[in-house]
Design a protein. Sequence first.
Length: 248
Amino acid sequence: MASLHLAGKQSCCMTRSKDPRCPTWQLANQTSPAQCWLGFGTDCDARNGKPTSISVSRAQRLMHGSVRVFKSLMGVKINNLYSLGNFKEGTQALSIERCRDWCYSDIACDYWQFSNTDGCFVDAPMLSTLDGEQTSKQVQYPLTTDGGMSVGTAEASSMIAGEYIQHFCPPLQPPALNSDDDHNEPMKKSSGLTWLLLESVLALLLLVACAAFVYFFCVRRKMKTTGRRRAAADGDEEPLMSRAERGG
């Protein structure tokens, strides 16, 4: 792993999580200031035979994106994988998980295998080719049984776990709604005010409609009735006057 001089654990963590090319980070605090180490993490359990040589306060192995498994690689031997060997601690089942996770966290790793005799093997071109100096020490592409892999050998039979995988970027997911009551409280208050305003407007419209009904169907009707009575009264006086004139 390589050391970077960064200001504190937060900078170390943020730098690591945003760089998909580096699968691991650790913050060693035996120095002042603390040192941030980034890299593949090939000897994390034994630390090159010096487990107490550094003091690590925080560390992570991260997987960027997702992984699709194409095929199980039990019972076959993929040539030119990089050997991580047998892990010094934990059960065999845990060692298989560590081997798998190592490959899952490296976006350049397409194959991983675990042998019950020789331990973990991973597809790591930078390590197996010594940073490109030995180009022949990389997995054949496209992979064939003619030099790329072997079946029926003792090494192939020792492979009790392994996968052929593909790294990919999953589609973006919409952010999940926060169900926290404190977060939803402003929305609840806003909805309450909106409904209160709407109810007030509806009540005002109903009041106006009632007033219009009273005016048009009560006041106007009364005015028409009064007018008719006056007209009728005027019509009755004329004959009476005519009869008086006739009598005179």
